[in-house]
Design a protein around this ligand. Structure first.
Ligand code: PLP
Length: 346
């Protein structure tokens, strides 16, 4: 099997093979999603998310079908009129564009790749991509803290490729969301939304109920341990099993952070490649974007494949001149040693 460093869909935990068998044997795959068994499973998975990720008691958790759905839910249910989007990459930009298409007045605040995200203006809701998967940058807690202090609007964070790999002070945001095919090491097809009492209050004030996935419906279902749609029960089961298995996030995050620093140093000092972002303050812990000449990039990806190693393609503006490496928890240190050895020779 290929060693995958693709930043999503990414390497799944090897235990998934057994968990899938178990899911089948348990009979859960055939039960109705409003049955007691399914509700019990959803309830336990919410509890494990709170426990393992240290999510505050009063923050709610709900399932959706993907992180992209999160963009839409925020625009339709938590935003009255205007939103402010600060971004430095493709995912943040797409989020802003879809929000605009949904009829929201969007203020665009693009910022530079190696720049800290600084916002002094306020808005009804501020939308930030905490981990920009397209270019390997992140907004660190110190930056978020400053934004929180200088603004009073709700803060929504796309942390799709960092939740379960990076530790957060959840209170610095009101709506956080992720997909399970990144740091959770699961197959794609399930999104997770984490939202504050303040976000829920805003949704209640707006009282938008025109969509099957209006946040109020999502919340009313989640409060009963149900979902607003027939969910990916298999993936919820797998998520529960993975959460039972993984260490508390503090330990995982420390390991991921150290490994990111080790890899960034290695790339910049020991190889002919360089990381796209060169400021430690903005370099992502979970996704590395590595830059070089176009031809060399295409060459290393092909050579890697023939050595059984899958590197991530570049994305958006950086499609041609970068390749990406996921530094997700399911990938082992041993796999990183193999990768380093390969890159040294290429
Ligand atoms: C992967 C990703 C998405 C999209 O996730 P889906 O589950 O495919 O909808 C959105 N934002 C960021 C930052 C991502 O990395």
């Amino acid at each position: 099997m290929m060693l995958s460093f693709y930043p999503g869909p990414s390497k799944v935990y090897p235990q998934i093979a057994t968990y899938m068998q178990d899911a089948y044997q348990s009979g859960l795959l055939s039960v109705n999603h409003r049955s007691g068994e399914a509700m019990e499973m959803v309830k336990e998975t919410y509890r494990l998310l709170h426990e393992k990720l240290h999510i505050p008691e009063d923050y709610h958790v709900a399932f959706m079908s993907s992180a992209t759905e999160g963009w839409e839910i925020i625009a339709q249910s938590i935003t009255q009129k205007q939103s402010l989007h600060a971004y430095n990459g493709s995912f943040g930009q797409k989020w802003a564009e879809y929000t605009q298409k949904l009829g929201i007045e969007v203020t665009h605040r693009p910022f530079g790749l190696n720049e800290e995200c600084r916002l002094t203006e306020d808005a009804e809701i501020i939308c930030l991509t905490q981990n920009e998967t397209s270019n390997g940058t992140q907004i660190r807690s110190s930056t978020l803290q400053r934004i929180r202090e200088q603004t009073s609007g709700l803060i929504a964070l796309d942390a799709t490729s960092s939740i379960a790999g990076v530790e957060f002070d959840w209170t610095l945001g009101d709506i956080w969301f992720a997909s399970v095919q990144k740091c959770f090491g699961l197959p794609a097809g399930l999104g997770i939304m984490i939202y504050s009492p303040r976000a829920l209050k805003r949704a209640e004030e707006i009282n938008e109920r025109n969509h099957y996935n209006s946040l109020l419906f999502i919340h009313e279902n989640a409060a009963k341990f149900q979902t607003h749609y027939t969910p990916n029960v298999l993936n919820i089961y797998l998520l529960k099993r993975v959460l039972e298995h993984v260490s508390v996030l503090a330990d995982v995050a420390k390991h991921i952070e150290n490994r990111a620093q080790m890899m960034i140093q290695f790339i910049n000092q020991k190889t002919r490649w360089t990381t796209l972002a060169d400021q430690a303050l903005v370099q992502s812990d979970t996704v590395l974007a590595i830059t070089g000449e176009k031809e060399k990039i295409s060459q290393i990806k092909t050579t890697a494949k023939s050595h059984g190693i899958m590197l991530g393609n570049g994305y958006g503006n950086w499609k041609e001149n970068t390749f990406r490496i996921a530094n997700f928890p399911a990938i082992t240190d041993n796999e990183f040693s193999i990768l380093k050895h390969f890159i040294t020779q290429n």
